[in-house]
Design a binder for this molecule. Structure first.
Ligand code: C2E
Ligand code: CA
Ligand code: CA
Ligand code: CA
Length: 274
């Protein structure tokens, strides 16, 4: 920008304005989205590799904005995360997921919580209250958090996870391998499940590094008695590689795409991916 002079700087400023305006519109759109019935959850099966039995479903948020159409949660969650909107969204997600899991014979529902939700004052109390009110057993609810949520304040996070696990909730560490986890910290957390980030599964066939990381995570998870879920499984070749590596659970388009509640209910009753 320095060398090409003022024109470039101005263009840059204008595009900044543009993106701030866009953010604000997303924010105000989102704050009406719940009341307006524009949100929904879709559910993606998590499957035992050997039997293809569905052990759970991950709940994934969808926003159909009247202004912009379908907007990816990867786009609007970070915006919600910067304001208190994330709490409103998160409460709606948990409430809706709890209603869904009641229709299934035994599978758990896996719910994503952003770092800010996780660090909310009295997070544990609020989750417990909601789940108790719904009548769903905590053992049928998995709490998915990322490394970012727990490694900022490891002591407090460890305490939060411990209390949730004491109540019977399942705890999964999402996008594992992409954050700042150290092996030293991992052992202090009460975890049931490691989810291997999609980027490593995607890289397995191409790069030795990805393959090595996938194998290490599987070994680590097994040694510590955790379930390991490979995310973003898209091909039969990946299923084979993960079988040889000893990965216990799979999630991805090759098994099933995220689907609306009705379809999830049907699959849950069938119990296996056909
Ligand atoms: P995530 O938690 O890592 O969720 C997995 C993402 O991978 C989902 O994207 C899912 O649709 C997608 N996916 C699943 N299988 C495959 C596959 O085989 N190939 C490919 N390419 N993608 C696959 P989605 O639904 O767009 O969600 C994006 C992110 O938004 C999530 O990543 C999560 O971080 C966040 N998110 C979604 N729903 C919620 C929510 O209710 N609360 C919070 N806090 N975050 C959410
Ligand atoms: Ca997730
Ligand atoms: Ca993930
Ligand atoms: Ca991810």
């Amino acid at each position: 920008a320095k060398r090409s002079g003022r024109g470039v700087v101005r263009a840059f400023d204008e595009s900044m304005d543009e993106s701030i305006r866009f953010r604000r519109r997303i924010e105000s759109g989102l704050s009406n989205a719940i009341a307006g019935g524009e949100l929904s959850l879709v559910y993606q099966p998590i499957v035992a590799r050997e039997t293809l039995e569905i052990t759970g479903f991950e709940a994934l948020l969808r926003w159909h904005s009247p202004e912009y159409g379908m907007i990816s949660p990867a786009m609007f969650i970070p915006i919600a995360e910067e304001s208190n909107l994330i709490h409103e969204l998160g409460d709606w997600v948990l409430e809706t997921a709890l209603a869904a899991v009641k229709a299934w014979p035994g599978q758990y529902v896996s719910v994503n919580f952003s770092p800010r939700q996780f660090r909310r004052q009295n997070f544990v109390g609020q989750v417990i209250e909601r789940v108790q009110r719904s009548g769903v057993s905590p053992s049928r609810v998995q709490i998915e958090i990322t490394e970012t949520a727990i490694f900022d304040d490891a002591e407090r996070a460890a305490d939060t996870l411990y209390r949730l696990r004491q109540m019977g909730f399942r705890i999964a560490l999402d996008d594992f391998g992409t954050g700042y986890s150290s092996l030293y910290n991992i052992r202090k957390f009460a975890l049931d499940c490691l989810k291997i980030d999609r980027s490593f599964i995607d890289g397995m066939g191409r790069e030795r590094e990805s393959m090595a990381i996938v194998q290490s995570i599987i070994h680590l998870g097994r040694a510590l008695g955790m379930e390991v879920v490979a995310e973003g499984v898209e091909t039969q070749a990946q299923v084979e590689t993960l079988r040889v590596a000893g990965c216990s659970h799979l999630q991805g388009y090759h098994l099933a795409r995220p689907m609306p509640q009705d379809d999830a209910d049907t699959l849950a009753t069938a119990r296996f991916i056909g």
